[in-house]
Design a protein around this ligand. Structure first.
Ligand code: NAP
Length: 247
């Protein structure tokens, strides 16, 4: 039997990058994966290719920052699949700039998706998880939520926020059999980092002891572990996947 057989997993931001890798690995592990994103074509293509490979995928177009839409989709998912075992809060955006010049809308947009999105989905799945006395929630944070990053006050604050959210929620729901953890990736090859200029990429490589960038698969491996029964006694923790860039 595959390790996630009969589990139902929600992964946000699943149409590309880290979220796509997490969704594909969960499906390979036997889970029914609910893929959430705002990019319809890409999301349906990922769900289609999971299904073509023999996996179970259910694509849902939802903006994680829209509280009512998140509640509606979680209710629909619980009704359709009968359970929700895993939630991976992965959807995230950047709107970089120095704080002095940062527009209020860029602050609000990043906090709305990265932090409020995790709040919306976590709150919405809890009723089902508490009823089942089982659940696993993983928030995708970032190394910059731990060490800071000039030009990313909004993004870093949102990522420190999802770490604190995980730790606080872990304390609230531990007695109900629910674990809540965070994974903090460093520099991972994806659309988000492809946009960075060459000099910035070079500067990062210099401070990474493993001397290479990570891959979405590296982050997914840590997430699969935290979602598995092997991690049953781990909650409120931050697992760094950063090549040693911050320790
Ligand atoms: P990505 O390639 O940009 O993928 C993120 C996905 O989330 C995109 O499909 C994006 O759609 C979607 N999304 C954005 N806003 C959304 C919303 N409101 N509702 C639903 N989906 C939404 O990013 P990634 O590099 O895979 O990153 C995934 C997560 O890891 C993010 O939380 C990111 O902050 C974190 N992370 C990444 C790195 C890295 O080096 N790549 C490092 C540390 C942490 P759009 O493309 O339309 O925005």
């Amino acid at each position: 039997m595959k390790r996630f057989e009969s589990r139902v997993s929600i992964v946000t931001g699943a149409s590309q990058g880290i979220g796509e890798a997490i969704a594909r690995d969960l499906a390979d592990g036997g889970a029914t994966v609910v893929l959430v994103d705002v990019q319809r074509d890409k999301l349906e293509a990922v769900a289609g290719s999971i299904a073509a490979a023999g996996g179970r995928a259910d694509a849902r177009i939802v903006d994680v920052g829209d509280t009512a839409a998140v509640e509606a989709v979680v209710t629909a998912v619980a009704a359709a699949h009968g359970r929700i075992d895993h939630l991976v809060n992965n959807a995230g955006i950047t709107r970089d700039g120095l704080l002095m010049r940062m527009k209020e809308e860029d602050w609000d947009a990043v906090l709305r998706v990265n932090l409020k999105g995790a709040f919306n989905f976590s709150r919405a799945v809890l009723r089902t998880m508490i009823g089942a006395r089982y659940g696993r929630i993983v928030n995708i944070a970032s190394v910059v939520g731990l060490m800071g990053s000039a030009g990313q006050t909004n993004y870093s604050a949102s990522k420190a926020g999802v770490i604190a959210l995980a730790r606080s929620l872990a304390r609230e729901v531990g007695s109900r059999g629910i674990t809540v953890n965070a994974v903090a990736p460093g520099f991972i090859v994806s659309a988000m980092t492809d946009a960075l200029p060459e000099d910035v990429r070079k500067a990062y490589l210099e401070i990474i002891p493993l001397k290479k960038f990570g891959l979405p698969k590296d982050v997914s491996s840590a997430v699969q572990f935290l979602l598995s029964d092997d991690a049953a006694y781990i909650t409120g923790q931050v697992v760094s996947v950063n090549g040693g860039m911050y320790m």
